[in-house]
Design a protein around this ligand. Sequence first.
Ligand code: SF4
Ligand code: MG
Length: 322
Amino acid sequence: RHIHKSFTVSGPQHLGKRVQLPAVCDVSLQLERGKTLGLVGESGCGKSTISKLIMGLLTPDKGTVHYQGTCLSQLSPRQWRPYRRQIQMIFQDPYASLNPRMTVEQILSEPFIIHTRLNATERRKKVATLLDTVGLSSSFARRYPHEFSGGQRQRIGIARALALQPEIIIADEPVSALDLSIQAQIINLLDELQQEFALTYLFISHDLSVVEHLCDDIAVMYLGRLVESSEVDRFYQQPLHPYSEALLQALPVANPRRQRRSLPSGEIPSPLNPPTGCSFHPRCPYAIDICRQQSPPLQAHHEAGLAACHRCDELTLDGLTS
Ligand code: SF4
Ligand code: MG
């Protein structure tokens, strides 16, 4: 709720001064049990910072993180521990997140060693079950991460995330390092696991074609702010924010009824020196004077969802899809 987070950076480009880099600005999100929220935006928009804030790996400067009525932001690291079991993470690069010196058995046993009192035999059984759950043979247990393909390694990463039967899984770009055909397999696996274990997902991605198949709701970030949040079906039919529209236009399979317009031109501005007014205005084809002066609030539009754009109503009524 209303999360803010900045980082202090310094370096030659800042003439040796320490400056504040705002990474997340007033972001509120809600994960609904058993559902998937897709968090979308270009790299550097604050998506990964959000996941670290939810995991308790970072503390918000302002705002709070709640889990089933408990305010996690007020807990000590010790009090956090039982919640840490409930929220697990899957990373983009399964290879980097798996210790190369450990066998799959050791990797998957670790959560049980840290969080449970299971003995070695019980742990071995658990590992075999986990491997089976993610579609891998139990004979893989004695092998090392480098012996596997990217897709298999991501299955191992998913098995590790499932070990302690969490309620929430945060998947940070879980398929973006994989080949297209493998991506589909992993997405299908995540889908099946969600049904089987009633999991709640926060699915972080820069790729809208991946999000569509898995997500119920979608939240779009730009330069640390939420610019749109709505239901996934409606979002793909008619996005509310010009930035969302531009992201959808970049998809290889475009909706033929949707007229093609140019993609946002120009670089993403530096968060150190964000544009005045709406931070999307230098790239927005619809920018008018007010956009350069006032930051648009995140508001409901036609009961369709939330968007932060001065011209949203006007554009979605007669502009964006006609
Ligand atoms: Fe574009 Fe203005 Fe809307 Fe920002 S507020 S997205 S610049 S139309
Ligand atoms: Mg990221």
